[in-house]
Design a protein around this ligand. Structure first.
Ligand code: B12
Length: 265
């Protein structure tokens, strides 16, 4: 947690305005501060009738929502019903207990990134990107790699000292590994957007194992990204860094030089 965030959680004693602005313990906000009101949506595998609405209410109550009001119910075909429930959650969060993965490197300007790569490698840094498995969602990896970039930042192709090989969608793990070897890649960047049946986790583990086996003297840096990854899962998935939603190309380029300079063991 940054020192700014910490001091927001622990305002100076007597600073009543700051305490009111940044309370340490919070409840959900619906109509009025601290009322605990939440809205959630879910689908149950039952036809839409009066019993289904009762079941949805009971389901929400068992999740700790009380009172629970079914404010919307709609049949999704003959055998399923979609619900929206509005109600009160008694959960109180202590913000001091929230785990946060802090960025462990500074964001550098493009010229500094180029200079660092040149001075450490004395050649261009080769990056291979792909969406692996059946995943065809290329917008995220393109946002990071393509020169047009994302959120006003240019992608890695813009950096003079980075060579980008973008393999696109639905790349098989063996093909990606073979290309990483052929290109003598410094970093492999993989996007996984589909999370059905934990496909993103399975594919990432498979890639990590295959890359490690193919590079017995040390594999390239392995970076994965996608909106539903948990950045805290690096060790579990056998990767060096995980980027989640809202990542910008500058963050990724800065991470790559940080790792290159020895920031990743
Ligand atoms: C566009 C889209 C599509 C397009 C994709 C076109 C393309 N060329 O990419 C098309 C129409 C093809 C499509 C198809 C499908 N889609 Co779709 N799609 C979307 C949608 C609407 C937007 C995704 C997107 O482009 N986001 C914008 C980018 C910029 O964001 P991002 O991917 O998160 O990337 C950022 C970060 O995550 C990060 N990042 C991402 N990757 C990487 C990689 C690295 C290395 C790094 C560092 C960072 C990084 O950086 C990026 C910039 O910040 C989402 C819903 C949504 N609103 O998110 C559904 C969604 C992803 N799709 C979904 C589904 C289910 C499908 C289909 C299965 C539908 C179907 N039944 O056919 C198919 C699957 C196709 C396949 N084989 O993969 C689901 C996935 C659900 C799940 N739990 O897995 C979603 C969430 C919709 C939903 N709510 O149900 N889809």
């Amino acid at each position: 947690m940054t020192s700014e965030a910490l001091s927001a959680l622990h305002p100076a004693p007597g600073d009543a305005a700051a305490v009111a602005r940044h309370p340490r313990h919070v409840r959900a906000y619906g109509d009025t501060t601290g009322d605990g009101m939440v809205q959630l949506s879910f689908t149950l595998p039952i036809p839409h009738d009066a019993r289904a609405e009762g079941a949805a209410q009971m389901f929400a109550r068992k999740m700790g929502i009380d009172p629970a009001m079914v404010v919307h119910a709609k049949a999704m075909g003959p055998d399923f019903t979609f619900f929206v429930v509005y109600g009160r959650s008694s959960v109180i969060l202590d913000l001091a207990e929230v785990p946060v993965v802090e960025r462990e490197f500074p964001i550098l300007p493009a010229n500094e990134i180029n200079l660092t790569i040149r001075s450490i490698l004395n050649r261009r840094l080769t990056v291979i990107g792909a969406c692996v498995g059946t995943d065809a969602h290329t917008v995220g990896i393109d946002a990071i790699l393509n020169v047009k970039g994302f959120a006003g930042e240019k992608g890695l192709e813009y950096y003079r000292e980075i060579k980008v090989v973008n393999l696109g969608a639905q790349v098989l793990v063996p093909d990606l590994v073979a290309r990483a070897r052929a290109e003598n890649a410094d970093a492999v960047l993989v996007s996984q957007v589909v999370t059905q049946k934990d496909a993103h986790l399975t594919n990432t583990r498979e890639l990590s194992a295959a890359l490690t086996a193919a590079f017995p003297h040390g594999r390239p840096l392995l970076v994965v990204g996608g909106p539903r990854f948990d950045p805290a899962m690096t060790a579990e998935l056998g990767v060096d860094r995980i980027f989640s939603k809202g990542t910008t190309p500058g963050e990724v380029a800065s991470y790559l030089v940080h790792a290159l300079a020895g920031g990743v063991q």
